[in-house]
Each structure stands twice: as structure tokens, then as C-alpha cells.
Design a protein around this ligand. Structure first.
Ligand SMILES: Cc1ncc(C[n+]2csc(CCOP(=O)(O)OP(=O)(O)O)c2C)c(N)n1
Ligand SMILES: [Mg+2]
Length: 579
């Protein structure tokens, strides 16, 4: 070819390249256009280059050791930010690893998008045995709020827009977005590509409650002699913190925060009934649920824990189908929490009558009794530690650092920490949620640090930690300000079970005297073995001051802890049960 012809051809192809875009870049541009600037995932075919390119284009790509942890990270990022958290996985096995987290996000009403690469459609659909073959869309569908597949580059914009809207509007949840390998390499005209992107306008539109519903609710509330407000994590998610606080304070009604709603108003607030839970559930006559569901965590609104006295329920929720799910709701208020609470506040007017004084007084008395009963136990300096001694320390750490984020999982480690560690600010307590799921620990800690920039204290049962423990490497790699405290009682619930029949260990026990702190040191983090509350306190404070990734192996008495923590009653029993 003549020189001139070669030059012309080169210029031509450069010109063509300038004018084309591809699936890789359209997905990146669509994410960025919608303010989705962080991806949690694990690389591999067909999304390795996508991750590299996303990073090069300014998206924060947090690379995990297992997709489930990346998925939990995305789910809690959604909870903390009200934008869908994005998890990116490879096909079949990576997708399945992420799927538990997607189902968890949906169950907990956290907005999340699981984006998975998938294999050759033509081969998958004929079941001809492709690399990582799986009909992922069909499998995801029953486990999430919505599932979409994008086959053409020009549909990427609309596909992501649908995913975002489905994740955050109404009751938030998980969305699956299937991205076949071929899509990434598809090219199209750059200008047309740009035009095909969609910036989602008002992705979670306000849903204003009907004024009759608001009036009905206020009438019921006003008629109460012993009213109670229960705040759920839906209320925390709403980020309507000032309005919720104003509603509670104006009403003068005792409030009970569900686990992740702790801190919406401080646990030390004079109206907080957290330490008088059984009293308020039993004795209240009108209960107003704000973003809380009457699921197993509230004994379905009936039975022994709710007492014999007749009760009326008011429920505020964005999902109409939630009403009457377990018991009759006499005053349903359907709308987003922020709009509902504002409407209620407005309807209460300037001189809302406080509840009859004997009720808040009785609740306060019970609370003081319970708090003072607990106090001396929290001050013990036993070695090896018991739960109360160790948690007494962590309680004061959070009191002194109220903006730190507390991540918490385990059985006894969870139930006791929830009761003992007071929270002071909204959305600072992140835990196992609706399913009581083990494994959220490191994923949540990583996302909490990334999304908020705040220090994280992860209080983990030794079993609970094991589900995501390998992510300590991720924490060290990204140099995140995460302090992990492992309540090491040598096992699940306890470390004392024995197998009297063979030399195999009992199913609930682990290696005795394990040193989880050594794991952290292996990746360049700080490891500490703490055998007393005093040592624990010093180590946690040092970690929170330095912001260095730290793992503290807190040596607990293996006999400390009870079967299944506070929910042992859920274990099935048989009359024929043999020990
Ligand atoms: C995904 C998942 N698998 C298993 C369980 C069952 N489970 C509940 S608590 C728990 C671990 C409890 O032990 P640990 O974390 O050490 O807390 P401890 O009670 O000893 O303080 C397990 C395995 C679960 N809740 N979730
Ligand atoms: Mg344990």
C-alpha cells in the first residue's frame, strides 16, 4: 500500500474510534450519570476489564475476596445512602455467591443492584454447556424486587434507569441486572450512546399519605391511655431524623427502637423504653409502628409478649400490603415515612395532650430499675471476660465516640450488645437484620467506612466473624479505619460442648484458644490479644484513635453464653428428643 493510503486508513480508524463507544463505557457512564460512584465486587470473566475501566474513569472499585461480602457491602451502602449499592460479580458461581446478599437486601428493604456478567445466551438457552452456564435471570427473579437483562448497548441507559427506580422507589429492595458478556464489547456511535443514557429523575418520589388516614391515626393515638411508638429501620432509612424526633417529643409517648433504629433518638432519651421492652409491649393499649413490621422480631404483634389487654395498632409504612399482615391495623397510614411523619406532626397542632402521666412514669421507673440492675455487671474486670465486662467497655467507647459506626453479629454477642451498647445517632448501628443472618460483618464494616468515612467498630461473635473473616485482607488493603473485636468464646453460643461418642469435636465448638489477631498481623494490620476488660479498652481506644485496621481477639470464658442467645425458644423440640 502506498504511504498516503496507509496514513489515510490510520486516520480513518482513529476517527472511527473517537466516534464510537462500547458497552463497557456505556455502563460506566450510566452509573456515573446517576451518581453511583462505588462498586463492590470480585473480578473475573467477563467483568475484569470492566472493573479496570470503571476505576480508570473515577468509579471507586472495591475488590473483595468473596462476592457474598461484596453483596452485603452493597446492601448496607444502599441503606446508608438511599441510593442503590452496586455489587458486581462474574457469571454462575460469582452470581450465586452474590445472590444471598441480594435476597438479604430485598428482605431488609435495602436498595441494591446486583450486576452480574453472564455467559453466551444462545448457548445457555440451549444448555450446550458454556463456560459458567446458568440462566441467572430466572434464578434471580424470585429473590429480588425486579430483574432485568440488557442485550443491546443502546438499552444500557434504560436498563440501568429501570434498575435504579425499582431498587429505591416504594419499598426499597434488591434488583438484578444481567449483563451478558457480549454486551460489554458491543460498539455503537458515541453520540447516540450518550443520548441513550438516562439520568433518573426523582427516583424515589414522595408518597403522601391521605389526610383521612392521618386524621384517623391521630384520633386513635389521642384516645390512648398507654400509647407506645415503635421505630423500625424503615424510619432510620428515611433520613427524616428531625421530624421523627419532633413527633416523638411532641407526643410525649414512650418509644421503643428496633435494633437498627437505635440512635434515631438517643437510647438515653427520657422517653426511650428500650430498657423496659417487655413492660411496654405488654401494657401498652395503642401502638404506633413507624417503619417497623410486625414480623417475628415483634412476635407478630400477638401472643404472650404482647400481654392480654386489648391493643390497637397504627402502622406507618410505604407498602400498603404490609397492613394487616399479622394483626388488624386500625389506622393504616400509607406513604413514605418522611411525608407521613410530617403530616402527623402537622395534624397534631400546637397543643397535643401528653399521655396520662402515670404511663410514662411507670415506663421510666421500670427502665431505671433495669438499668441499675445491669450497671454493676458492666463494671466487672473478670479475666477471662464475660459478655457484660467486655460490653461495658465497648458501651463507654461508643458513648465517647457517638459518631462511630457499630457493626454487630453473633448470637449472645449480638443480643447482649444490642441491649447494652447505647446508641446516640441515627444509622450508626448495623446488624444482622430481619433474617438474623451471620456473615454481614466485614462487608458492612467495609461499606460503612467507605460510604461514611467514619471509624467502624465491629463487634463479632467468633463464629459470626468466620463467615466473612477473609475480608480482613480487604480492610488492610484499603487501609480502612475498622476495629474488629472478636468475642472469642471458642464456639457457636459457647465453647464447652463435648462429643461423648467419638473424637470429632462437638458441632458447636472451635479450636480452643484460637488467636484471630494473628490473621490481621499476616496482612499488616494491628492484632491484639485482650484477656481483660482493661486490656480491651486500651486496645479499642488505640485503634479508634489511630484509624489503623485492627483486630482484637477478646478472650471470653468459653462457658459464657447461652444456646442461641435470646432466641433459644425458636429451637424445635420433640418429646422424643434424646440427649
Ligand atoms: C447464614 C447463617 N448461618 C447460620 C446461622 C445460625 N447461627 C446463628 S448465631 C450463629 C453463631 C453464634 O456464635 P457466635 O457468633 O460465636 O456468637 P456467640 O453466641 O458465641 O457470642 C450461627 C451459626 C445464621 N444465623 N446465619
Ligand atoms: Mg462464640
Amino acid at each position: 500500500m502506498a504511504d498516503a493510503a496507509v496514513k489515510e486508513k490510520l486516520a480513518d480508524s482513529a476517527e472511527t474510534e473517537r466516534e464510537l463507544t462500547d458497552g463497557f463505557h456505556l455502563i460506566i457512564d450510566a452509573l456515573k450519570l446517576n451518581g453511583l460512584n462505588t462498586i463492590y465486587g470480585v473480578p473475573g470473566i467477563p467483568i475484569t476489564d470492566f472493573g479496570r475501566m470503571a476505576q480508570a474513569e473515577g468509579i471507586r472499585v472495591i475488590s473483595f475476596r468473596h462476592e457474598q461480602n461484596a453483596g452485603y457491602a452493597a446492601s448496607i451502602a444502599g441503606y446508608l445512602t438511599k441510593k442503590p449499592g452496586v455489587c458486581l460479580t462474574v457469571s454462575a458461581p460469582g452470581f450465586l455467591n452474590g445472590l444471598t446478599a441480594l435476597a438479604h437486601a430485598t428482605t431488609n428493604c435495602f436498595p441494591m443492584i446486583l450486576m452480574s456478567g453472564s455467559s453466551e445466551r444462545e448457548i445457555v438457552d440451549l444448555q450446550q454447556g458454556d463456560y459458567e452456564e446458568m440462566d441467572q435471570l430466572a434464578i434471580a427473579k424470585p429473590l429480588c424486587k425486579a430483574a432485568f437483562r440488557v442485550l443491546h448497548a443502546q438499552d444500557i441507559g434504560i436498563g440501568l434507569a429501570r434498575a435504579i427506580r425499582a431498587a429505591v422507589s416504594g419499598r426499597p429492595g434488591g434488583v438484578y441486572l444481567d449483563l451478558p458478556a457480549k454486551l460489554f464489547g458491543q460498539v455503537m456511535d458515541a453520540e447516540a450512546g450518550k443520548k441513550s443514557l438516562v439520568k433518573v429523575i426523582d427516583p424515589a418520589p414522595a408518597q403522601i399519605p391521605a389526610s383521612e388516614a392521618v386524621k384517623r391515626a391521630l384520633d386513635v393515638l389521642k384516645s390512648a391511655k398507654r400509647p407506645l411508638i415503635i421505630l423500625g429501620k424503615g424510619a432510620a432509612y428515611a433520613q427524616a431524623d428531625d421530624a421523627i424526633r419532633a413527633l416523638v417529643e411532641k407526643s410525649g409517648i414512650p418509644f421503643l427502637p428496633m435494633s437498627m433504629a437505635k440512635g434515631l433518638l438517643p437510647d438515653t432519651h427520657p422517653q426511650c423504653a428500650g430498657a423496659a421492652r417487655s413492660t411496654v409491649l405488654k401494657d401498652s393499649d395503642v401502638v404506633m409502628l413507624v417503619g417497623a413490621r410486625l414480623n417475628w422480631l415483634l412476635s407478630h404483634g400477638k401472643g404472650k409478649s404482647w400481654g392480654d389487654a386489648p391493643k390497637k395498632f397504627i402502622q406507618i409504612d410505604i407498602e400498603p400490603k404490609e397492613m394487616d399482615s399479622n394483626v388488624e391495623i386500625v389506622a393504616p397510614v400509607v406513604g413514605d415515612i418522611g411525608s407521613c411523619v410530617s403530616a402527623l406532626l402537622q395534624g397534631m397542632g400546637g397543643n397535643w395532650p401528653a399521655p396520662p402521666a402515670d404511663w410514662p412514669a411507670a415506663v421510666a421507673k421500670k427502665r431505671e430499675e433495669n438499668v441499675s440492675k445491669m450497671a454493676p455487671r458492666l463494671m466487672n474486670n473478670n479475666s477471662p471476660m464475660d459478655y457484660h465486662g467486655a460490653l461495658g467497655v465497648l458501651r463507654s467507647v461508643i458513648k465517647e465516640r457517638p459518631d462511630a459506626i457499630l457493626v454487630n453479629e453473633g448470637a449472645n454477642t449480638l443480643d447482649l450488645a444490642r441491649g447494652i451498647i447505647d446508641m446516640y445517632q441515627p444509622r450508626k448501628r448495623l446488624d444482622v437484620g430481619t433474617w438474623g443472618i451471620m456473615g454481614i460483618g466485614m462487608g458492612y464494616s467495609i461499606a460503612a467506612a467507605i460510604e461514611t468515612g467514619k471509624p467502624v467498630l465491629a463487634v463479632e461473635g467468633d463464629s459470626a466473624f468466620g463467615f466473612s473473616g477473609m475480608e480482613v485482607e480487604t480492610i488492610c488493603r484499603y487501609k480502612l479505619p475498622v476495629c474488629i473485636v472478636i468475642f472469642n468464646n471458642d464456639g457457636i453460643y459457647r465453647g464447652t460442648d463435648v462429643n461423648s461418642v467419638s473424637s470429632d469435636p462437638a458441632p458447636t465448638v472451635f479450636v480452643k484458644g484460637s488467636r484471630y489477631d494473628k490473621m490481621m498481623e499476616g496482612f499488616g494490620g494491628v492484632g491484639v490479644n485482650a484477656t481483660s476488660p482493661d486490656e480491651l479498652k486500651r486496645a479499642v481506644n488505640a485503634a479508634m484513635d489511630s484509624g489503623k485496621p485492627t483486630l482484637i481477639n477478646a478472650v471470653l470464658d468459653p462457658a459464657a453464653g447461652s444456646e442461641s442467645g435470646r432466641i433459644g425458644n425458636l429451637n424445635p423440640q420433640s418429646k422424643l428428643r434424646k440427649k
